[in-house]
Structure formats: C-alpha cells, structure tokens
Design a protein around this ligand. Sequence first.
Ligand code: AMP
Length: 415
Amino acid sequence: MSHFTFAALGLAEPLQRALAAEGYHTPTPIQSRAIPLALEGRDVLGVAQTGTGKTAAFGLPLLQRLAEDRVAAGPRTARALILAPTRELAIQSHESLRCYGRHLPLRHAVVIGGINQSKQAETMRRGVDILVATPGRLIDLTNQKHVRLDAVTTLVIDEADRMLDMGFIRDVRRIVAWLPRERQSMLFSATMPSEIEHLAAQVLRNPVRIDISPARVTADDIEQRVYFVAAQDKRMLLTELLTDRAMKRVIVFTRTKHGANKVAEHLGKAGHTVDAIHGNKSQNARQGALERFRTGRARILVATDIAARGIDIDDVTHVVNFELPDVAESYVHRVGRTARAGSAGTAIAFCDDSERDSLRAIERLVKQRLVVIDHARRTQPRDHAPPPKSRTPAGRRPGHPAPRRREQFQKVLQQ
Ligand code: AMP
C-alpha cells in the first residue's frame, strides 16, 4: 500500500468526496502510480489484473479531465470510450465510474450485447461523456450510425488479454481505427502475451508502463491449496468442504457450462443456496444470480471463466477450482476473485490425474507451489481410485510442503 492520499495525487474534491463515501482512504499501488500521470494526459500501459484497483486508476483521472474540459458531447458521440471484454465487466466498470463521478455533471452510457439495443441507441442520441462498451455491440451500433466515435478524446482498453482469448482483438483494432489519432489512451492487461505488446505499441503513444504483476497478488494475499482427487470424487469433496462454516461466500469454477449446471444442481440438492452463471444464461439471469450472491442470498456461485470475468464482489472467502483451467493465466483471474483490495482469501484447487500438467503450469506462473492438502482421512475410502503415481509414500508430491506443514493446514480446515 502506498502512503499517498487521494488528495495528494491531485484528485479534485468531488472525487475525493465520492471515494470517502465508498470507504476508500488509501490509494492502491496502481492508483498511486497511474493517477498523477494520467491526470497529466500521459498514455498508460497497466499490467494488472482485476482486484488491484485498476478501474479507479484509470477512471478517476478520466472523470476529472472530462469534468475540467467542460466540452459538451455532440449527438451520438462519446468523449471517453472504455472497451471491456464481457458484459459483466462493462456493467461493473460503468457502475464504478458512475459512483466515483456522482458529484460531477457527466453523462454515462453502457453498450453491451445480449439485450435489446434500442434503449442503448436512445441513450446515445444526445451523446455521452463516458461510454463503456463491449466490442461487438459497439461495432453494430456504430455501423448503424447510432454511435459516432470521432469525438473520443480518451480510450481505455480493459483486460486486453481477455479480449485476445475471446477473439475480439480484430474488433478492438477496428474500433481504434475509427477514433481520432489525437487522444489519451490507456491499456490494461493481466498478462502481456506478444499480441498484446503489439496492440499496445500500436494504440499507445510513449506510455508509462506500470507493472503490478499477478504473481505478486496471488502470492501475497491468497492462501492457495490443492487437493489431489479423482474426477468422480470431486463433488463429494466439495460437499464435504462446504460443511466448513468459514466458507461463507464461495465461487466454484468449472471448465464447461454443462459442468457448472451439474455442480450447481448437485449442491442445490444437498441443500445449499447456489446459482450458476455461464454464457448460455440470459443477461437477466446472470445479473439476478450475481445479485443474489452479492447480497448473500446465495452462498455459492458456480461459474465458468468467461461468465466470471469482472465479477467484483467483496468478501468472497473462497474460490474453488473444481476443474483446473487449460490456460494457467485463467487460474490467476479466478483466484483474484477472492482477497480483493487487500483482504485475505483462500483458493482451493481440485486436481485429478489428467490435470497434472495444468497444475504444473499454474505453479510455474504463480512462482510457488500450492499447498497440498491430504484429504484421505476426510473422505470415504476409495478402493477404485489409487493415489496419484507421482506422490511419495507420505502422500506428498515431490517438492511440496512437508507433512508437518500440511497437518497445520488440516487443523485449520477442521476448525
Ligand atoms: P478493480 O481492480 O478495479 O476491479 O477493483 C477491485 C476492488 O477494490 C473493487 O471492489 C473496488 O471497489 C476496490 N477498491 C478500488 N480501489 C480501492 C481503494 N483505494 N481502497 C479500497 N478499495 C478499493
């Protein structure tokens, strides 16, 4: 954490007031570094994931500069454009910006797929100061002349690596080509594969690079555990772990939509309050599920990676990787749902024999070994599932923490 205050970073009083009301007293590291530079109009390349406070890092200077300029947005135009890969992230960023800017006379809009476009076109008719959009719907509305992008003075590309994963990079390039060349641009990405370095080089001019590496976020704030468990025993293990009352607010990640439905159904039958969100659910169903989870009416949210992008819910105590992701970076995104803004959290991974390589890739990425929990004594005997081959007789994978340390974790679990 930095020693600055928001006032010392140069933020205006109306923004400070909104932040104080939100209970933000100290800027996060990315905020301390990005805000003064972005206020000067510099381009920013932020290597940071969700959970680091990056929305406010780009949002606060953006709001302040727009309010200071006092230029009215022309019909169908936007003065600032924020591109987000998913509807959830777009809605959330839109809500955060509205909240931070609530004492400023700025107009906001969000343009996303999956819902009727006529209301969005209607909002855009008068023009807005800040438009948060997903690429596909923005291209549709621009092609239909409901939106014009030739007055954008600030561009933010959020979660650029996820744009890449989801196949949106061409759409992003197309949108950028419609913008004025003279503008301020900021790009945020949790990881920097070469395609994103490339995109950043094309979009940004002489940027400052701010690196808040994901490995640091996971290593410092999140306790990461792994259970070696046969695929067919995962549901039983999950139900058993959920008897632990410390698991107050839990997100369970599955690899597939079908898998998410199955796990949610199983937990529902076991008497848990649970919802599933994935790409096959309507936008309304997704928002409803998030709301139930946010307000605590559902203790468990079962989600696929894409649906979970941008979920920003405080006090998620545990993230369960019911299946490990194919892409190691997704693990970092998943576990970043807990331990947000500095609070502690626990990430639990279930690893079956077929997922050993994924686990190794994750451990390489986060630069640490996950703590192995031996659950043999906590589950029923499994004569059909012998222990994984690479384990030592003590039930420990080579290089993993010694049994004494494991026992400490078991004690914690059994409390
Ligand atoms: P983000 O990385 O933008 O998704 O933000 C992660 C979470 O941190 C959100 O719940 C924000 O509301 C919260 N947050 C952002 N900045 C601060 C801050 N300076 N102090 C406390 N919480 C913050």
